[in-house]
Design a protein around this ligand. Structure first.
Ligand code: NAD
Length: 435
């Protein structure tokens, strides 16, 4: 089961902590070369490459890459009413939170007639990825599409892998949720090929390049996003999932074990990490884990994840050291299950999303909290944030000075342009006062 990293009695430096955090052997860097070859195939051979890749990786050749409008409509009509109700509830919560989080325009008046405005412009066209390999993720349709719509994106395209057990069509629930949200440009394509198709366009299929590619996916999807990041915008590397739980003796060992298993269920490369200051509590979680891993439906996948080098049980002296470890790890999902939640929360700098207290499990955020589940993985939460409406918006500064305000600041420009030996900059200002 979970290997142990025992930090008790030691005070590792920040650099030492970084070297100690558990990571998967197959990380995004290792997937860059294959992902690059797959993207190149799509750039060279277009739709043909996407069909071949579907056969190679998804075990099925779709009838067409573009999903017909009738298929989307029919999927929505056939959607189980209970599932539709659950999806609509998630949509309402994510829409309400996303709309409230839209950054507001700001006007700063620096002096009379000297005004800087900052406005937020949506990107024009986006490509949204919805995973569908080991599991299918209709919830990711909501998490991608709703913030894009809230941001005011005009053109939304969506991709998900073709499914062998649905004759090469995308999963019907994914098709239904796309239709429910009014998205009609949908493609049956998966993995790095789909990301390449969005970034560069596929002329023979009429797929136009996008200005942002977002969405979760496996290590090949995350690698492809890193590769196209100079060509198009990306949200974050939302790859194989991870959970880090900070818990003390006051926590419920069974809740913690259940949460560690829930994220391990996604992928053999998923990371489940427990950081605790109580060796007794650690043992209790280990016991509950044994039982839960054996009993859960995807037991083999979960076992591979929790026994992988990316997962660990970390013993620390105190919760201050636990927070330092969590900051070095940069968890996608951080749970805090300790007696004084706010004291630990105050020490956290790096995390994709933070779940506090015994009644905020990660799976709440996966489906129904109203927060977004597309979050940075592999330690990238140390420099980037999760998906939100802001991902699809760009701040633009608008400069509005009148004559008097420019005259007042002219000496500053003259001095700095002379200092930089760019006199034409100063002359562009003085020219306005020479008439
Ligand atoms: P996926 O759609 O991401 O991957 C399937 C695709 O991967 C296939 O269509 C194929 O194109 C490609 N692929 C498969 N094997 C390949 C190979 N050997 N070489 C090259 N390409 C290959 O679906 P999945 O596999 O189920 O993975 C979903 C992932 O998304 C999981 O790792 C899960 O943890 C992650 N996830 C992350 C978040 C997040 O926000 N970080 C949220 C949800 C899910």
């Amino acid at each position: 089961m979970l290997r142990t990293i025992d930090l008790r009695g030691s005070r590792p430096s920040p650099a030492e902590l970084l070297a100690l955090v558990p990571r998967a052997e197959t990380d995004v860097t290792a997937a860059l070369a294959p992902a690059g070859r797959i993207i190149d195939e799509v750039r060279e051979h277009g739709g043909q490459a996407l069909l071949d890749q579907a056969e190679r990786f998804d075990g099925v050749r779709p009838a067409a890459i573009r999903v017909p409008a009738e298929e989307l409509r029919a999927a929505l009509e056939a959607l189980d009413p209970a599932v539709r109700e659950a999806v609509e509830s998630t949509i309402a919560r994510v829409r309400a939170a996303s709309a409230a989080q839209v950054p507001v325009p700001v006007t700063t008046v620096l002096a009379p007639g000297a005004v800087i405005e900052q406005r937020w412009q949506p990107v024009e066209r986006v490509g949204l990825y919805v995973p569908g390999g080991k599991a299918v993720y209709p919830s990711s349709v909501v998490m991608n599409v709703v913030p894009a719509q809230v941001a005011g994106v005009r053109s939304i395209a969506l991709a998900s892998p073709p499914q062998a057990d649905h004759d090469g069509r995308i999963h019907p629930t994914i098709a239904a949720v796309a239709a429910l949200l009014g998205v009609d440009e949908v493609y049956a394509m998966g993995g790095a090929g789909a990301i390449g198709a969005f970034a560069y366009g596929v002329p023979d299929l009429g797929v136009l390049p996008v200005q942002r590619v977002t969405g979760p996916g496996n290590v090949f999807v995350a690698a492809a996003k890193r590769l196209v990041a100079g060509v198009t915008g990306i949200d974050a590397e939302a790859g194989p999932t991870d959970i880090l739980v900070i818990a003390d003796a006051s926590a419920d060992a069974d809740f913690v074990a259940a949460d560690l298993v829930s994220q391990a269920e996604h992928d053999e490369l998923a990371a489940s990490v427990l950081v605790t200051d109580s060796a007794e509590f650690a043992e209790a979680v280990r016991e509950r884990l044994e039982t839960r891993v054996a009993a859960t439906k995807h037991s083999a996948r979960v076992r591979a994840a929790v026994e992988g080098p990316q997962s660990a049980l970390v013993l620390v002296d105190d919760l201050e050291q636990a927070a330092a470890f969590a900051n070095a790890f940069g968890a996608e999902h951080l749970e805090i299950q300790v007696a004084d939640v706010d004291a630990t929360l105050a020490r956290i700098e790096n995390a994709g999303a933070i779940f506090v207290g015994p009644h905020s499990p990660v799976s709440l955020g996966d489906y129904a909290a109203g927060s977004n589940h597309v979050l940075p993985t592999g330690g990238t939460a140390r420099h980037v944030s999760g998906l939100s409406a802001a991902t699809f918006l760009r701040p633009q500064q608008v400069v509005r000075y009148d004559e008097a305000a420019l005259r007042a600041v002219a000496p500053v420009i003259a001095t700095l342009s002379a200092e930089e030996d760019l006199p034409a900059h100063g002359e562009a200002v003085t020219a306005r006062f020479e008439r």
